[in-house]
Design a protein around this ligand. Structure first.
Ligand code: DGI
Ligand code: FE
Ligand code: FE
Length: 186
């Protein structure tokens, strides 16, 4: 499938606002892919599909996790954390994506993980800094993404973890592993 086919396929599956966010992620990911020497088509495909499960039914997502051996801990975190891994499952089963780097970029777009690939970092960062995002500090993150992908990734995961602590939410261990892994960089 080509870029526009994916866009046509996802549009009816989400509200207008989420579709606009998705376009923002796609455009941001495409620019970062070009800048950092990643495959632009892969970045666009991963970006277009990254929130495909955002509006899936929670009970159905839990079924997928149980039936297909996804991380059972996800169930305790609810839809916000389920939509990445289940989205990767949909991308593989329904959209016939076989590229594991694209699937992992969708799977880990909310939490990150230790040992992320370049494409995974591009999708994680793009999701956070796309033009429609508007939170304190987003400009700083956008500037970092212009300069150094690893430093931008570190700043983004730090921002997420700080936010979760501030809002008294529990933190999924994979996000902590991502933080511990990326904090080591210069
Ligand atoms: O799907 P998006 O809204 O574009 O963004 P996202 O997939 O990055 O994040 C969805 C939500 O998940 C966001 O509100 C923050 C939340 N989240 C991310 N990591 C964790 C988390 N929530 C909990 N409780 N624990 C986490 O580790
Ligand atoms: Fe998401
Ligand atoms: Fe998103």
């Amino acid at each position: 499938m080509e870029r526009d086919d994916y866009l046509t396929a996802i549009k009816p599956r989400m509200p207008e606002k989420r579709f606009i966010h998705t376009i923002g992620v796609m455009e941001t990911a495409s620019k970062l892919a070009e800048k950092y020497g990643e495959d632009i088509k892969s970045a666009e495909t991963a970006a277009i599909l990254h929130d495909i499960a955002k509006y899936a039914n929670e009970t159905w997502m839990i079924e997928i996790v149980k039936e297909h051996g996804l991380d059972q801990r996800l169930i305790d975190w609810g839809p916000e954390l389920l939509h990445g891994p289940v989205g990767a499952w949909i991308a593989e089963k329904e959209f016939n994506i076989t590229n594991s780097d694209i699937l992992n970029s969708i799977r880990y777009h909310t939490t990150g993980r230790a040992g992320m690939s370049k494409l995974e970092k591009i999708i994680f960062i793009s999701d956070m800094i796309e033009p429609n995002r508007n939170f304190d500090g987003v400009e700083k993150l956008r500037k970092k993404a212009e300069v150094d992908l690893n430093k931008a990734m570190r700043a983004c995961i730090r921002h997420s973890i700080k936010f979760l602590v501030k809002t008294k939410q529990k933190i999924y261990p994979v996000s902590i592993e991502c933080y511990n892994d990326i904090i080591k960089i210069e």
